[in-house]
Design a protein around this ligand. Structure first.
Ligand code: NAG
Ligand code: NAG
Ligand code: NAG
Ligand code: NAG
Ligand code: NAG
Ligand code: NAG
Ligand code: NAG
Ligand code: NAG
Ligand code: NAG
Ligand code: NAG
Ligand code: NAG
Ligand code: NAG
Length: 732
């Protein structure tokens, strides 16, 4: 995000500069030597897009070419997304354009090495060779480009060391090396770059200790070095006393040791991201002197101890996956706090809910899950009406759940699973009209089925599993609703009674397998917080859930006392991928309508009292890879079809009269043996819903933070794009 922003700003400056200098009417025609050099350059590539580069027009009017209006020298060449599809030749016509001040060959499909003749373009101020496919080392001659102010080599395959001659680029203000294969340490000589403002090193293999000499460059504002191999402690001792550094990201390196107290020398720091390293110790007290700090990410380290209260005036604080255990004694919230995001996920906090968190009324995202907070959930949280995500799961909260959602109209995700909460679900949840994911699983709630939640228009995921919910699903007094539901898990409760045949007909979101972007985005935000959480550290889950597609739609009613007929309307839920009705008291035939669920991947009807035959048409469900009909009263043949034939024998055991099992159960049974006496393989219990929820490829930042910060940079990117087009048209 930082990269884009500053890059755009720089681009704007450059363009304004060129605009004022050269947009005046062209007085002078193109110089012949310049034209010939351009034609030579064109000839090196067999591209049709450059048809405007021909002798019938003045070369200063060629696409992407800008001349100095007085001298007719080519001073800018701009080619974006023109597939040149060739190497850069050492004797390319390009290197005869000695007056070039700005050269952009962006996304031009140039490959091979950068020739050392680049050094010929010693007037260059702006050089961009980003995206597609340059390899090899940077030529030493780059040190000849002493006028260079901005250099971008982003997204190539460049490797090796940064040449010492870089130190010659004393006018350099912006350096983009993101996403290459650069290795080794940065040369110490680079400390001479006293105009450097932005340095982007992310996505390389830079190694050694983090180059703390960068902190001595007082002009430097942004260091972005995510995803390198810097090791060892970081050091701020020699930091310039007039440091302008406002953004520092060292995320995903191998740095260790404590954060030195001397970090306070970076007094302009606004964004500090040290996540995914091996830092240890407490947060230094001197951090309170960083009065401009807004964004702090220390997640995935080995920090411990007390969290100082000065952090509560920040906007984003991410402390997840550390061993922090307490909060500063005088923890109190500053008036006018703007905190949007606080993540305490997976630390060693304990004791009662810290009440001052209620005073962080701007909070949009609060994650306190996987700690050992205990006692009551305080009703003061009702003041936090901006909350969109509230996760209190995996703690030891107890007591009843307060009626705190009267004004929680923004809440999209509520997770209070794995606590010891009891009593009834708070009816005030009815006000959460934005609610998408509600997880109250693994508590001690004792309540009727909350059919009133059916009126929440966007509820996608409802998890009530492992509680003491009881009674029937259907409430004659209420309409069924739940039209947005995609995942429902009410397993391991005491639900009972029959489910009317028409019941599922209102669950319209499950009736389609169409990919719903909104749902997925939110779902991923939700699940991202679950990665690595205990429930999912299950042997085998990793491989299992890779099978589950993103548009996961599931019903788990297992482990209850539902009886009577399996409702026929189940066949309307065409998007369904998992149906688990195991361990109930269903007594009917298996409905034929199940054969319409052609997205079904897992079907578990085991441990019921089901009668009759397995519908033959189930054999046509081509995605159905896991099924279990065991412990019922089924009779007749096993349907044909590879899906059935590849099942484990135990999926059919203990039925009254299933036959044709020889292909499945291996050796034919001895006379009078029912399948349950055949050998049973090792059991691998996998909770599909848990597995699907555990899925989520590092989207946490992209989405949650996206909402607060990144949207900002999109605007810049958009602006830059628009701006390039304008520039383009002025040069044509
Ligand atoms: C030269 O470029 C102009 C402008 O694109 C085009 O109209 C003309 O056809 C081109 N001439 C040749 C010979 O390619
Ligand atoms: C780049 O060019 C290709 C082929 O001309 C085109 O399909 C693609 O949309 C262009 N991309 C951008 C970002 O302009
Ligand atoms: C690039 O050039 C190679 C041969 O030099 C050719 O095989 C390939 O199709 C070209 N690719 C494009 C995108 O023009
Ligand atoms: C460098 O520039 C000079 C002067 O224009 C030219 O003679 C020479 O060929 C150029 N070198 C290369 C490698 O293009
Ligand atoms: C460096 O630039 C000068 C002009 O400023 C030029 O004469 C010389 O050939 C260049 N050296 C290299 C190695 O390109
Ligand atoms: C560094 O710049 C000086 C002139 O400022 C020049 O003589 C020297 O060749 C440059 N070094 C490299 C490696 O380009
Ligand atoms: C700090 O500066 C001193 C004196 O210039 C130098 O000896 C020392 O190596 C520097 N330390 C670091 C960590 O850069
Ligand atoms: C969590 O807190 C409860 C209540 O304070 C305590 O009984 C329990 O031992 C704690 N569990 C762990 C793992 O620390
Ligand atoms: C927060 O809620 C409490 C009652 O729970 C109330 O007394 C207090 O004034 C509220 N604070 C704000 C800032 O609304
Ligand atoms: C809900 O918001 C309204 C209006 O802001 C306020 O009057 C009311 O006290 C709030 N209710 C609760 C329970 O906080
Ligand atoms: C269905 O639920 C039961 C009990 O909750 C569980 O053991 C079984 O693994 C589940 N089946 C599938 C396919 O998820
Ligand atoms: C089928 O369900 C039964 C009873 O729930 C269980 O023992 C067996 O392992 C399951 N089979 C498979 C393949 O999951």
């Amino acid at each position: 995000m930082i990269r884009r922003q500053s890059y755009s700003l720089y681009g704007i400056v450059v363009t304004i500069f060129f605009f004022f200098l050269f947009a005046s009417p062209t007085l002078q025609f193109c110089r012949h030597d310049q034209r010939d050099a351009l034609l030579e350059f064109k000839k090196e590539f067999s591209v049709s897009y450059m048809s405007s580069w021909n002798n019938s027009i003045d070369c200063c009017s060629w696409e992407g070419v800008t001349c100095n209006a007085r001298s007719g020298e080519v001073i800018s060449l701009y080619l974006d997304n023109v597939s040149l599809n060739n190497t850069m030749k050492p004797n390319s016509g390009l290197f005869k354009l000695n007056y070039l001040q700005s050269l952009t060959l962006r996304k031009c499909n140039l490959y091979g090495e950068i020739p050392s003749s680049l050094g010929n373009l010693s007037q260059l101020i702006y050089l961009e060779l980003s995206q597609n496919e340059l390899v090899g080392q940077l030529p030493t001659s780059i040190g000849n480009l002493t006028q260079l102010s901005s250099l971008s080599l982003t997204d190539n395959h460049l490797s090796g060391k940064i040449p010492v001659s870089f130190a010659n680029l004393t006018k350099l203000s912006t350096l983009h090396l993101t996403n290459n294969y650069f290795e080794s340490e940065l040369p110490l000589e680079m400390r001479r770059l006293h105009n450097l403002e932005y340095i982007f090193l992310s996505g390389n293999s830079f190694s050694g200790p983090f180059p703390s000499f960068l902190f001595t460059i007082s002009s430097l504002q942004v260091i972005y070095s995510k995803g390198n191999q810097f090791k060892g402690p970081i050091e701020f001792r020699n930091t310039s006393s007039s440091s302008r550094l406002h953004s520092l990201s060292l995320s995903s390196n191998q740095c260790d040791g404590p954060i030195p107290e001397s970090i306070s020398k970076l007094f302009n720091l606004n964004i500090l991201d040290l996540s995914f390293n091996n830092f240890i110790g407490p947060i230094p007290r001197s951090i309170s002197q960083l009065v401009n700090l807004r964004y702090l990410d220390l997640s995935h380290n080995k920090f411990e101890g007390e969290v100082p209260h000065c952090l509560w005036r920040l906007q984003v604080v991410k402390l997840s996956y550390n061993s922090f255990s307490s909060f500063g004694k005088s923890s109190q919230v500053f008036a006018g706090t703007e905190m949007n995001l606080l993540s305490l996920l997976s630390n060693s906090f304990q004791g009662p809910f810290p009440h001052w968190i209620c005073d962080l009324t701007s909070l949009v995202f609060l994650d306190m899950s996987i700690n050992n907070f205990s006692g009551l959930i305080p009703s003061c949280l009702r003041n936090n009406t901006n909350l969109e995500v509230l996760n209190l799961g995996y703690n030891s909260f107890s007591g009843t759940f307060p009626d705190m959602f009267v004004n929680a109209t923004n809440l999209k995700t509520l997770d209070i699973s794995w606590n010891q909460l009891e009593g009834k679900l708070s009816k005030s949840l009815i006000n959460c009209k934005a609610m998408r994911h509600l997880n109250v699983g693994s508590n001690k709630f004792k309540d009727k089925f909350p059919s009133w939640l059916g009126s929440l228009p966007s509820l996608n995921v409802l998890i009530l599993r492992s509680n003491k919910f009881y009674g029937p699903l259907y409430d004659r007094q209420a309409s069924i609703g739940f039209q947005s539901l995609k995942v429902i898990d009410i397993s391991q409760n005491d639900f009972s009674g029959t489910i009317p045949a028409f019941y599922f007909s209102s669950w319209s979101a499950m009736a389609t397998s169409q990919y719903d972007n909104m749902y997925m985005e939110d779902f991923m935000v939700y699940v991202a917080t679950y990665r690595n959480s205990m429930e999912f550290v299950h042997k085998g889950v990793e491989t299992e859930f890779s099978r589950i597609r993103e548009d996961f739609i599931a019903i788990d009613f297992s482990g209850n006392k539902f009886g009577g007929k399996i409702p026929d309307s189940i066949g309307l839920l065409k998007g369904l991928r998992l149906l688990n009705l195991s361990s109930n008291a269903f007594t009917s035939d298996i409905p034929q309508s199940l054969a319409k669920l052609n997205n079904l991947e897992a079907l578990d009807l085991s441990r019921n009292q089901l009668l009759g035959q397995i519908p033959r048409d189930l054999g046509t469900l081509s995605f159905l890879s896991t099924m279990n009909f065991s412990h019922n009263k089924l009779v007749g043949p096993i349907p044909q079809g590879t899906q059935f034939q590849s099942q484990n024998c135990s999926s059919f055991m203990s039925n009254s009269g299933l036959y044709d099992l020889e292909g499945i159960c291996g050796k034919p049974p001895a006379p009078n043996l029912t399948p349950h006496e055949w050998s049973e393989p090792e059991e691998q219990v996998i909770n599909w819903i848990a597995a699907a929820i555990a899925y989520g490829p590092g989207v946490f930042c992209g989405l949650v933070i996206g909402h607060i910060f990144v949207s900002h940079s999109h605007k810049h990117e958009w602006f830059m794009e628009k701006f390039r087009k304008n520039k383009h048209s002025t040069t044509e």
